[in-house]
Design a protein around this ligand. Structure first.
Ligand code: IPD
Ligand code: CA
Ligand code: CA
Length: 256
């Protein structure tokens, strides 16, 4: 894998896609329901994914692409080089707030996360990582997290009401902490942990594209990631997630 070439190309595509998205926000968008009234998709989600798929296929025809909107291909295994893309993570925020959404992209080789990106489009902040080289924010190094941090001294992000309903013990843990935060974009919420602005992110059920970029970045920052029962995360399977600084991670796994 020519990691430098892929990194440069991915960053170029992200910046261009971000420009397109900000421009598209000036016009009315087309909104459709997917599973229900809270699960929406816009023409911009689809156009952004199309842009990535076409551009990646042009430059790297042998690479595979798994995208949320299904414009890539059906992926059943992670053999070879696979780009996993969420063109807009936080579509509801995109529609209602016109901010607090991100492009999430992870690039895997034979199942190993090699490059990760989360682009906060409206703040023009690109979190990125190349495995083994640490993580960056707009090209500047991000400090690793404080793994001895205590639950009492931090904030918890318990993404999505279903998570709290399904794991009601979280409420006591939140009460022990400084409190709860919730942004509505799993990718950006995970960047809150990597940046030291919260100690734990917990979610009941996320898809590969929600987490593919973030897990590569967070691993570089020393954040511990697993399923809520402590199992290792298989990126291709939908499932729960805890991403937390080590001490808090162990605490949560034991209590939930
Ligand atoms: C959603 C967001 C949200 C999370 C949902 C995801 P989408 O992604 O990440 O924060 O709670 O589970 O589906 O649909 O906006 O790409
Ligand atoms: Ca998503
Ligand atoms: Ca999405």
């Amino acid at each position: 894998m020519d990691i430098k070439k892929i990194d440069e190309y991915a960053l170029k595509l992200l910046k261009k896609a971000g420009d397109n998205i900000r421009k598209a926000l000036e016009n009315e968008m087309k909104i459709e329901e997917k599973a229900d009234k809270d699960d929406l998709v816009t023409n911009i989600d689809k156009e952004t994914e199309e842009f990535f798929v076409e551009s990646i296929k042009k430059e790297f025809p042998e690479h595979k692409i798994l995208g949320e909107e299904g414009i890539g291909e059906k992926i059943t295994n992670l053999k070879g080089i696979v780009w996993i893309l969420d063109p807009i993570d936080g579509t509801m925020n995109f529609i209602v707030q016109k901010r607090n959404f991100a492009i999430s992209l992870g690039i895997f080789e034979d199942g190993v996360g090699k490059l990760g990106y989360v682009y906060d489009v409206m703040r023009e902040q690109i979190y990125s990582a190349v495995k083994g080289n640490g993580a960056l924010l707009n090209g500047n190094p991000i400090a690793p997290v404080n793994n001895s941090e205590k639950l009492e001294d931090t904030l918890i992000i318990a993404g999505y009401v279903e998570t709290i309903k399904y794991y009601p013990k979280i409420i006591q843990l939140i009460e022990k902490s400084h409190g709860m935060r919730f942004l509505g974009s799993a990718a950006l919420e995970m960047m809150e942990i990597g940046s030291g602005r919260a100690g734990a992110f917990i979610h009941k059920g996320l898809n590969p594209w929600d987490i593919a970029g973030s897990v590569v970045i967070l691993e570089e920052l020393g954040v511990k990631i697993s399923r809520i029962n402590g199992d290792e995360v298989n990126i291709l399977e939908k499932g729960s997630l805890i991403a937390a600084t080590a001490n808090i991670h162990d605490n949560l796994i034991n209590e939930l």
